[in-house]
Design a protein around this ligand. Structure first.
Ligand SMILES: Cc1cc2nc3c(=O)[nH]c(=O)nc-3n(C[C@H](O)[C@H](O)[C@H](O)COP(=O)(O)OP(=O)(O)OC[C@H]3O[C@@H](n4cnc5c(N)ncnc54)[C@H](O)[C@@H]3O)c2cc1C
Length: 487
């Protein structure tokens, strides 16, 4: 971790003597965590620890006319957090809870806070209170995401009837390109509010966020095995029975007829507060690594192991917020390579949205496509999302089914292009059904696919320039689209 002295020194170098940077600093290379396919060289990596230091960092970029990118936990996979030869501001040291309104369930925290710290903090603060608040949703599959990064991708969890995260955001504080602090909410600077949420760090640096919590509840997990043909009906039934969360984790065994069709359907229903929490069976980091190893080497066994485990947890009870925490091994790719051997590889995620009525048909065609492209799916789920009618670059344009695929991608030009081809074909399948895809995970989509799924994209780039005419906040993701759309 950078000390304050190091921070000031780097900031001072940029402010006073940028020519010294190359001579005094080693080259700094950054990368995303999950795919490790976005290696980027930056001029400086700053780690401010206070709001004033954040302002300093933004202003030092302005003084020397260097572009700034903003990074949280570096889980996005399209180069959204890094700008080549610019300054990268890592916000993870800004991680304090600033205010907790226990009457209204509003919690304000610095944007670098990660979900486990946030949950721990509010549980401590309300330990003696009858009224318990908790987060409505967070991402699944990992916990180390910052609040700022989550807001900027407008993420979602596995709620059965929830809109993306914007629906849980009350307000945030943003530092703009001039270093001025601006408060954004539904009543203050609403245009900026709806642009910055899901705006991938291009409208300013979010320093603090006020999140709207929901009553914390006890839940029972109910697990069944279902076929995709019954999935839409099964989701509807669970929603009608007041289940709050759920997903379908499909078989990734491409040799079996159950590939993408047969899966573990687990949903969570509120129970009486007096019931005890009993969740003895739990996958830990090592169990996940074992499962991942099987998914690389024997996907039939992997699905069997996974479904057996899930079925064994049927009936367990959980708290609605802590149940959303999950194991993740950031160095999974390296560990598996050491054990299994083979080329360097990792997983790239993609998330495809289709109208719920088209889900079965989409899964059938997606299975054919992935088989014929010989694409290996390591893990995948189906969830639901409700329409987002607020954020500017909304991905949840309708109430969709969300289909998530983790594709095994060798780190060779052939391997990366093969995954990219499958991603583009999956997007085409979605477009044929009036669906869409998520911008967070890669930038492999063809320009016409971007424009079909996000017809407001060029306007988005125009508004970025309106709010940030000097293009202080940039990323390689932004530069890619600026080039593609000639903006
Ligand atoms: C294993 C895995 C599972 C995932 N599961 C889900 C899921 O279930 N649902 C889902 O919706 N997404 C999911 N994601 C995607 C993830 O939610 C996003 O990539 C999220 O943005 C990551 O947060 P981060 O802190 O790592 O941000 P980063 O990746 O570091 O940054 C993401 C974006 O946010 C911007 N940003 C970060 N902090 C700030 C700030 N303070 N101010 C302004 N801009 C900022 C960055 O510039 C960048 O554009 C998953 C990703 C992985 C790797």
């Amino acid at each position: 971790m950078q000390t304050r002295r190091e921070f000031l020194r780097t900031a001072a170098l940029i402010a006073i003597a940028p020519h010294l940077l190359a001579e005094t600093e080693n080259e700094i290379w950054l990368n995303d965590v999950h795919s490790q396919l976005n290696r980027t060289r930056v001029r400086a990596l700053l780690k401010p620890r206070t709001h004033d230091e954040l302002v300093d960092a933004v202003r030092s970029g302005s003084r020397k006319d260097l572009p700034i990118s903003i990074a949280g936990c570096r889980h996005s996979m399209g180069g959204q957090q890094f700008v080549s030869d610019g300054i990268c501001i890592d916000i993870r040291d800004l991680a304090h809870v600033l205010n907790f309104d226990r009457e209204r369930g509003l919690i304000e925290a610095e944007a670098g806070i990660q979900w486990p710290e946030l949950i721990r903090a509010y549980l401590d603060l309300q330990r003696d209170s009858a009224q318990q608040w908790g987060i409505a949703q967070k991402q699944t599959g990992a916990d180390t995401f910052t609040l700022g990064g989550s807001l900027s991708s407008n993420v979602h969890g596995r709620g059965l009837a929830m809109k993306p995260l914007i629906s849980n955001i009350e307000a945030f504080t943003l530092i703009d390109a001039q270093g001025e602090t601006v408060r954004c909410s539904r009543t203050d600077n609403y245009e900026l509010f709806r642009l910055a949420i899901g705006g991938y760090g291009l409208f300013g640096l979010i320093s603090a966020v006020t999140l709207r919590l929901v009553p914390r509840q006890k839940l029972r997990r109910v697990v069944t095995i279902v076929e995709a043909t019954d999935l839409a009906r099964s989701f509807e039934q669970r929603i009608a029975q007041n289940f709050l969360y759920g997903d379908f984790q499909f078989s990734v065994d491409e040799k079996s007829p159950g590939f993408l069709q047969h899966g573990v359907f687990s949903c969570y229903k509120p129970i009486d507060d007096r019931e005890p929490i009993v969740a003895e069976k739990k996958f830990r980091d090592d169990d996940w690594l074992d499962l991942l190893r099987l998914a690389y080497t024997d996907r039939a066994k992997a699905f069997k192991r996974y479904s057996d485990y899930y079925l064994s947890t049927n009936g367990q009870t959980y708290w609605s917020d802590t149940n959303q925490l999950s194991a993740y091994l950031p160095n999974y790719a390296q560990k598996l390579r050491e054990e299994i051997g083979g080329d360097e590889s990792s997983l790239i995620i993609t998330e495809i949205y289709v109208p719920r009525a088209s889900l079965i048909d989409f899964l059938v065609q997606a299975a054919e496509l992935l088989r014929s492209n010989r694409t290996i799916v390591i893990y995948g789920t189906v969830r639901l999302i409700e329409k987002d009618d607020e954020s500017f670059l909304a991905w949840a344009k309708e109430s969709y089914a969300c289909v998530i695929f983790n594709l095994l991608t060798p780190h060779t030009s052939v391997g990366i292009e093969a995954s990219a081809r499958s991603f583009r074909s999956l997007i085409d399948l979605a477009i044929a059904r009036r669906g869409s895809y998520y911008l967070t995970y890669h930038k492999f989509a063809k320009p016409e696919q971007v424009m079909t799924c996000y017809p407001q994209f060029k306007e988005f780039l125009g508004l970025k320039k309106k709010f940030d005419p000097s293009e202080r906040f940039q990323s390689d993701w932004y530069r890619h689209y600026r080039r593609v759309f000639g903006s």
